[in-house]
Structures are given as C-alpha cells and as structure tokens.
Design a protein around this ligand. Structure first.
Ligand code: ADP
Ligand code: ZN
Length: 526
C-alpha cells in the first residue's frame, strides 16, 4: 500500500539539516522532493555529483514506510548502507551476496516497519515482490535508470523487469534517476518504466571545473606520463583503457616510472579488485588504470584527472567517465588521446560484434557522435552540452577554446587522398593501410611503393603541402566524416558513396588543423 503523507515540505528541510547537517537544498532537489512527498512520479536527470541521492532518501524519510531503491551496483550497496547508518538512518540491502539468515533479518525489519531505506538489486525484484506486498512502501527509486534504455550504452536486461513497479504498485510514487540525458535515453526511460505522468527534472550537465582536452595519439603512455608529471603529480586520477591487457601493461609501466598506479578490470580476482578500490578511495594520489568496469557509483571527490588512452564508444560514456573527475568542484582535467587506429578498431568491433543490424546502427551513430566531438573545431564543452540538448557559449576552458585549431577548406587534400584510394582499390587482393597511402602522397620511394610500382600513380608525390602527421589527421577526419570506411580484418581503406561527391567537386570538406605542436594548454584565468 502507498504510504500516506506524514508531513508537509518544511519537514524535508528539517530532515536535511538534522540528518545530513546541510543547510540548503541544491538546484532542483527541493522541487523533486516535493513531488515525491506529494505522491507523484519524477524523472531526474542530473550530472554526477549533482546530489541525486537526497532526492529519494529524504522523501523516504518524510513519507511513511520504507523507500525501496533499485540499484545495479551490488558492490556499492554495502557502502551506501554503511554511510546512511552512520547518519542514523535505518537502511539495509537485499542481494545475492547475503546468507539466508542475513536476508531473513532484513525481511523481518522491513515487515516490522523498522527500515527507512531498502536497497535492492534489480534481479531480486521478482523474488521480493510478495515480501514488498506485505510491507509499507514509501516510494520506489530506480537509480542509474539509463540501464533500462536498450539502445543506450549501458543496457541491463534486468531493468526491463522494473515495469513491475508500476503494474503491481500503481499507487506508490516512483522516481527514476540518471546522469545520462540524451533525448532518446530519456524517452526510453519514460517508456520502459511507464513513467508517462512523471514530472521531468533536467539539471544543467555542465561541469565547469572540468577542463576537456582531446589530442592526437602519438605515444599515448608517454603523453599520459607527461600529463601526470607536469600537471597532476601526486594527485588521484583514473586512466581508462579498452582492454584488460592494456590496463595491466599501462599500470605496470606507470608504476615503473614512479607513478603509484594500480590495475582494475573484471578479470582480476574479486579480492584484488576490492583491495585496489579501497586503496584508491582511502590513500592519496593513487592512479587507477581501469576498463570501464571501474567507476560507476565511485564517490571520490578529489579525482583530479580522468584520462582516456582509447576512444570511448559514445559521448554518453565519455561524459560519465570524465564526470568522475572533480566532484569536489575544484579544477580537474578530462584528457583523451585518440588516433586513426582507434577509429579502425572501434568500427571493426561494431562490425564483428554481436547484435542485429539495428543495434549496430545505433552503435555506429554513438561512435560517430564521439568522433565528431574529437574532430570539432568548436568549443568541446559547447558541443558536449549540445549533445545533451543544452545551449551554451564557448567555455574558455577546453583545449579548442584555449588553443584554437584552424578550420580549413580541405577539399583538395581530401580529393588527393580519396583518388589515391580509388587507384589502389583497382589492385584487387592487395591490402594497403593508411601508412602506405601517406607514403604515396608524400612521394616516398619505400621498398613497397617501388615494388608495387606506385611511383607511377598520378597521385604519387602530389601531397607534399602536408606533413605525415597532418595526412594521418586527414585520414582520421575523413573516416570520422563518413567519407572513408574501413574494410576487412587488416583495416583496408575504401570509399563510401558520399566520397563520390567530394571527388566530383560537389561537396566541400572542412578539416581541423591541430594547433602547433608543443604548445601547451594555458590555464584559464578565473
Ligand atoms: P550523485 O548521486 O548525483 O552523483 P550524490 O547524491 O552522491 O550525487 O551527491 C554528491 C555530493 O553532494 C555528496 O557528497 C552529497 O552529500 C552532497 N550533497 C548533495 N546535496 C547536497 C546539499 N543540498 N548540500 C550540500 N551537499 C550536498
Ligand atoms: Zn571551450
């Protein structure tokens, strides 16, 4: 049965000060809490660190009964419950790590009305339904609600079962919370959780204290070491790598260079993971080298940098991962190095991966948006926020604002490159990658160029107006813009239908020229 309203909103402020010791609500917290206390549903889109937890914890205390929180992060339930108990809140969790006796004890407290908050893993909901029927429930909170979005970046099938909340307890108010906010994700949450009547609260997703930087990858580990030594020495950070192997290699290498780095990925034994996580949280200046398995729900306020050594698969993922920096509001860095190989690799992973055509198409769109963010000549933050439907001006605190790249008419270089690809394409059965293309354009008589008689191509040596790195940048950007594609297991470059328009002079190509090398990003004056 739905709990009745026990007190009016002033009670919420009273709880905030008495239990949490804070003196005012932040942003839209007060309105969200009001909505729940009144018994209405809410959908809350708020960035990491925005204060989502209080949005359901306080109504759970104000309303009669227990607030049931569905959270996908079993590993963190224990910490969350601990933290609440220290504040004097009566909290518990039910998950698969507990013994039967432990579970019975929690169930007893729930039925006796002795719990303010109960945390539940989504897969336990069906089994717990009869129990919940016998309890007084103040509200349901669905944390990390974007996990219900099937075409999102973090889908969890168990979340689809959460329609039960609406169907079985239609009178209990529900709140869904997420730090992912694209319009598509929002619509899917509303649809899949049956939240049609919910009030939607969207906070600004801007994280002004984070400086966004994206640069071309040369020797990623050395570039990272440079960043750590010159700007973040002795500070805590997270380094994201795509594979477990590169996590381990990178952590080892950093440690050998004197950086206190630890690896974290799903393939490590649970004790090792727990130990590394604890050290990261408790000690100062640990650098966690991890796959994206690490970080969700990690509440460490003083992470000073998040570095990506490989390209994230989506803007949402990038935003969430970088969002783990600077939760305390102090200046922090989001740093990403990416190169041609990243584009090739990600496209191939989509191609070879599981899922139907529609799923692959969604993944391709996610990747394209991420590439567009990398190749933009505009303010990174502006572009990032626009992706989440927010308008803003240039920020003055990202790499493109601080050292503006040049945008130039790259139609002619693009035509030179594309027509070289066309000519090579005629040599069936041959595998040519970007390096060979650049050798031809620069007129280099390498052994392979000579042996293949590519000195005789009309495009041999016609590209000396650009250097090697710049040509690689052109290849990357043409891939990003969908004018080139990668085929086969060796990453052979081929034209897309759109490339024909460029070759026929019907389409202009805008390219980004990297700012001078060696120029460091200036610190903004605030
Ligand atoms: P999120 O879940 O959105 O990432 P949290 O709920 O963990 O954010 O809150 C982030 C931090 O902000 C926490 O340390 C929390 O105690 C603090 N916080 C939340 N609301 C307030 C407030 N009204 N006043 C002061 N601190 C707050
Ligand atoms: Zn900017």
């Amino acid at each position: 049965a739905a709990g009745a309203v026990r007190a009016t909103p002033p009670a919420a402020l009273e709880v905030l000060t008495r239990v949490w010791g804070y003196d005012a609500f932040r942003g839209q917290q007060a309105e969200v809490i009001d909505t729940l206390v009144r018994g209405d549903d809410a959908l809350v889109l708020m960035p990491t660190g925005g204060g989502k937890s209080l949005c359901y914890q306080i109504p759970a205390l104000v309303r009669e009964g227990t607030g049931v929180v569905v959270s996908p992060l079993i590993a963190l339930m224990h910490d969350q419950v601990d933290a609440l108990e220290q504040l004097g809140v009566r909290a518990a969790y039910l998950n698969s790590t507990q013994t039967v006796e432990e579970r019975r004890a929690v169930e007893g407290r729930l039925l006796a009305g002795e719990l303010d908050l109960l945390y539940l893993a989504p897969e336990r909901l069906p089994a717990a339904a009869d129990l919940l029927d016998r309890a007084r429930i103040a509200l349901f909170a669905v944390d990390e609600a974007h996990c219900v979005a099937q075409w999102g970046h973090d889908f969890r099938p168990d979340y689809l079962g959460l329609t039960l909340l609406h169907d079985r307890w239609p009178r209990v108010p529900r709140i869904a919370l997420t730090a992912t906010a694209t319009a598509e994700t929002r619509e899917e949450i509303v649809r899949n959780l049956r939240l049609d009547g919910a009030r939607v609260f969207v906070s600004s997703f801007d994280r002004p204290n984070i400086q966004y930087r994206v640069g071309p990858k040369k020797d990623a580990r050395r570039q990272l070491l440079q960043l750590v030594r010159t700007e973040h020495s002795g500070e805590a950070g997270i380094v994201y790598c795509l594979s477990r192997a590169s996590v381990e290699r990178t952590a080892e290498w950093l440690a050998a260079q004197g950086v206190p780095a630890l690896p974290y990925h799903a393939g490590l034994p649970a004790e090792v993971r727990a130990q590394h996580q604890t050290r990261f949280l408790r000690e100062d200046g640990i650098v966690m080298v991890a796959t994206i398995a690490f970080g969700m729900g990690i509440d460490k306020p003083d992470v000073r940098f998040v570095a990506h050594l490989d390209l994230p698969k989506s803007v949402e993922g990038y935003y969430q991962e970088t969002g783990r920096a600077g939760r305390d509001g102090l200046p922090s860095t989001a740093w990403l190095a990416y190169g041609l190989q990243d584009v090739v690799q990600q496209r191939r992973m989509i191609e070879d991966g599981e899922g139907d055509r529609q799923r692959k198409r969604a993944q391709t769109l996610h990747l394209d948006a991420m590439l567009a963010l990398c190749e933009t000549v505009q303010c990174r933050r502006q572009q990032l926020l626009r992706y989440f439907g927010e308008d803003s001006g240039p920020c003055g605190n990202c790499d493109t604002c601080l050292s503006p790249p040049e945008a130039f008419d790259g139609t002619v270089p693009a035509q030179k490159l594309l027509s070289t690809v066309v000519r090579l394409d005629r040599e069936r059965g041959q595998q040519f990658g970007a390096g060979h293309l650049v050798d031809i354009l620069l007129g280099r008589e390498t052994e392979r160029v000579v042996r293949m008689r590519h000195t005789e191509l009309t495009t041999f040596g016609i590209g000396t107006e650009l250097g090697e790195q710049e040509w690689r940048g052109v290849v990357r950007q043409l891939l990003a813009q969908g004018l080139l594609q990668v085929q086969g297991e060796y990453g052979v470059l081929a034209l897309t239908p759109a490339a024909g328009e460029v070759l026929r002079g019907q389409r202009e190509v805008r390219l980004r020229r990297e700012p001078e090398r060696g120029r460091t990003v200036r610190t903004p004056r605030t």
